[in-house]
Design a protein around this ligand. Structure first.
Ligand SMILES: Cc1ncc(C[n+]2csc(CCOP(=O)(O)OP(=O)(O)O)c2C)c(N)n1
Ligand SMILES: [Mg+2]
Length: 360
């Protein structure tokens, strides 16, 4: 029978002190340093992408500020052969999985080639329609089961997305079929301007899985140790026993929903500044510093190395030839359906006419 409790785990407190005896993997300080390095990369890269949007070099971006521990925690727990089906806010996880900076910038730049990454080639492109990735993940997991492959489909969903029918349907099938899928709910307290408390009357979002026969748990999503630990256990159960799990990570979106949003119109600035005290990087850095495993010069070296890597990726992106406008039709179908072919021809005709008039 499914355990009906929803446990909550936090290992590191916001001040960097140990709240609960750390899990065995955390005895390896090199492992924790690796997680810290990845989170710091995520923070710097997020700032860079926001700046690139603000200076007109990419059209849009969905920031992850404050949510780095979730993405780095779960992506680091996954094995290469697993498959990720994430959302528009999972950029840092994709990079951990092996997507390169220039590939990622192509995606955010509106260039379809950004979805054809060389690294984790079976990972899905980030999903913008809310919750569709969850049913797809169950399909992927079902394929793993049929093929007897020890692989896991990992899918993420926001607090808002967890209200959608697709998500309930996905969990229902995962429970009924017992397939190797891990649902990670990223509860960042807001779905654009809709706060968590008005989103659902459920006490926890993890308990939504219980009706489908899927056990759930909550973790402090700003504690990378808790995220890594919970997702590792869920992955192991899925890989070995084909059992699905729901993990709700509790975090906070410290900035706008996207570069098209202005959160100050609907959020109290005092709420946001209170959440800065819980952000995920400082607590791990404080812990590592207290353990004498991290120093100021380590930090300086890390930051300069990251900035150089980001600059290199941005430079590689910026020299790419832009795709012609009709390219947006060329990635979905082997053979275009007639109506889309007409649209493609129309785009091409307009573009060619524009070029002839000298403003192409
Ligand atoms: C099917 C669908 N409906 C509506 C939208 C518009 N939309 C984009 S993001 C969003 C809110 C999602 O909030 P949440 O699931 O909490 O994820 P978060 O953005 O906070 O990471 C909505 C409604 C969409 N992209 N797809
Ligand atoms: Mg949300």
């Amino acid at each position: 029978m499914t355990n009906l409790d929803i446990p909550y785990t936090r290992y590191l407190s916001p001040d960097g002190s140990v709240a609960t005896e750390l899990p065995p993997f955390a005895e390896d300080q090199d492992k924790l340093i690796e997680l810290y390095r990845r989170m710091t990369f995520a923070r710097r890269y997020d700032g860079k992408l926001t700046a690139l949007q603000r200076t007109g070099r990419i059209p849009s971006y969905a920031p992850e500020l404050g949510e780095e521990a979730v993405r780095i925690g779960y992506a680091s727990a996954m094995k290469e052969e697993d498959v990720l089906l994430g959302t528009y806010r999972d950029t840092a996880a994709m990079i951990v999985r092996g997507v390169t900076i220039d590939e990622d910038l192509m995606f955010w730049g509106g260039d379809e080639r950004g979805n054809v990454f060389a690294g984790p080639s079976q990972d899905f492109p980030l999903a913008t329609p809310i919750a569709t990735q969850t049913t797809q993940a169950v399909g992927v997991a079902y394929a793993f089961k049929l093929r007897n492959e020890k692989r896991v489909a990992v899918t993420t969903i926001g607090d808002g997305g967890s209200s959608k029918g697709d998500f309930y349907e996905a969990m229902n099938f995962a429970g009924a079929w017992q397939v190797p899928v891990v649902f990670i709910i990223i509860n960042n307290q807001w779905a654009i301007s809709m706060p968590r408390e008005r989103q659902s009357a459920a006490e926890t979002l993890a308990q939504k899985g219980l009706a489908a026969g899927i056990p759930g748990e909550q973790v402090d999503g700003n504690d990378v140790i808790a995220v890594y630990d919970a997702v590792s256990r869920a992955l192991e159960k899925a890989r070995e026993g084909g059992c699905p799990t729901v993990v709700e990570t509790i975090t906070y979106r410290l900035t706008d929903h996207s570069t098209a949003d202005d959160a100050s119109r609907y959020r109290d600035p005092d709420e946001v500044s209170a959440h800065w005290k819980n952000e995920p990087l400082i607590r791990l850095r404080t812990y590592l510093t207290e353990c004498q495993a991290w120093s100021k010069s380590d930090e300086e070296n890390l930051l300069s190395g990251i900035d150089a890597k980001i600059d290199e990726g941005v430079a590689a992106y910026e020299v790419l030839e832009p795709q012609p406008p009709e390219a947006m039709f060329d990635n979905m179908y082997a053979e275009l359906p007639a109506d889309l072919k007409d649209q493609r021809d129309a785009v091409l005709a307009e573009y060619t006419a524009g070029e002839e008039q000298g403003h192409g």
